[in-house]
Design a protein. Structure first.
Lengths: 239, 239
DNA sequence: GTCATATGGTTGTCTATACCACTTTTCTTT
DNA sequence: AAAGAAAAGTGGTATAGACAACCATATGAC
């Protein structure tokens, strides 16, 4: 179950093992998990290492420690949730609109000052540039300009059709950790207006997103323009 | 500086000491902090204990560790997530802006068609209407028009100063479950423009939110206008 | 039965040490 | 001078042990 010879840290193996026990319901909310000393003896791992694994899960809110009593599986969170912002395709389908995509550009360019700042790389470094027109029932809904770090990636046009994130995770052997996204109102420029078949100066939503890997390194920087007259951002918030 | 005889844990004393060095600007963002081994010798504290203090600060986002290079004071985060179910005030404070509020209206009215639809009640039912101008560092940031179901609630002007959600949860004995929120761009009308001290036609964000109780019943319907030039919606997305 | 006490189990804190992986600097070789 | 190798410094992981603080339960005296 836990391989001490593995290059993967022991504490991490144990941590993920415990996470699985919780996720799969083998360990149920409110129930105590084995004590640190028990786990230490069972797995022949130092207690400090056990603690390192458990501390991470406590910080994530999956476990609760009570001095003198033990460590327990936390009740499912209501407090510190994650919010979901629906992706374009999913969002369109939810409204009964058929999503589509037109690839305008797909090439390798030198990173501009803007892109290099967000991707935290040196300006001039080679990066992927992907320019796409997003469609709803055939009509232009948004223009999306993505920049991806090139290192370690070998993208083809085919992969742009499928899930870009999956391709990245497979090729880099690392998972995406999350993203930060900002939304602000703006006016359509001449160029944007012609792409979206709207009038220049029409209200649009400017969306910027930086996605990061587990390592913390930014991998993707996206700048999108959404038609204000046709598109509404919907966010389901939990608490 | 650090008292080993104190009942307060050593790691905690060191942790708070380091926090102070950062808060007061003695240690500036981007600069390296003393290495773990240095601190260990200086304070005659085991390196593992030093690490416990620093790990907490890393988890809080105040420090950044880089293997092989050192530990650094993190760049201050200005962009904090908004998309949790937090109110305007909390959101502003997170960005280091002093929130304020001007109560324009607070009365009981009969539900309009629009409000009754979102609150899922009969049109004409009595509901609270709250019109507020939201301020950031004294300047108008948004206009917020809220409608709340009246049943079971007895709101006072004082409660509008504090957390509205808390008051609702206390009085109804039920927690808020979540909300659905839409965001779209628009132009400021004459009336909105004068409230927000911007020009008519300036870009604004129109936000609508329906908050629900655990029972599923909608309790609050909010329609807000945010200044586009001053406010950016920020969402932290997890996978 | 009731209350006080002992006892064993739990997490919390702390030490001292060791080795690894990575980065920067320094020194050596060419 | 440039290139390469070695050394020094950094955080990352792991061990074994110790004592403190706290909790529940069993055991005892009354």
């Amino acid at each position: 179950m836990i391989d001490k010879a593995s290059p993967i840290p022991i504490y991490y193996q144990l941590q993920e093992h415990m996470r699985q026990m919780i996720d799969t319901g083998v360990w149920k909310p409110g129930e105590p998990v084995p004590s640190e000393r028990d786990l230490s003896e069972q797995h022949e791992i130092s207690r400090m290492t056990i603690r390192q694994a458990m501390t991470n899960l406590v910080n994530e809110g999956l476990l609760t420690r009570v001095k003198g009593r033990g460590t327990f599986v936390a009740e499912p969170k209501i407090e510190q949730p994650l919010m979901k912002l629906t992706g374009f395709s999913e969002d369109m389908r939810r409204r009964g609109i058929e999503p589509g995509s037109n690839l305008l550009q797909f090439d390798i360019v030198e990173a501009s000052a803007d892109a290099s700042k967000h991707l935290e790389i040196e300006p001039g470094t080679d990066i992927y540039r992907i320019s796409r027109l997003r469609l709803g029932d055939g009509a232009p809904m948004a223009h999306e300009l993505s920049y991806l770090r090139k290192e370690g990636l070998r993208l083809t046009e085919e992969e742009l059709q499928g899930s870009l994130y999956e391709a990245v995770e497979t090729q880099l052997g690392m998972k995406m950790a999350g993203a930060r996204q900002t939304i602000e109102p703006s006016f359509a420029t001449e160029e944007e207006a012609s792409l979206l078949t709207i009038e220049a100066g029409a209200p649009v939503l400017l969306l910027e997103r930086v996605s990061r890997l587990e390592s913390g390194a930014p991998i993707e920087y996206v700048k999108s323009i959404y038609r204000g007259d046709r598109y509404k951002f919907i966010a389901d918030l939990e608490r």
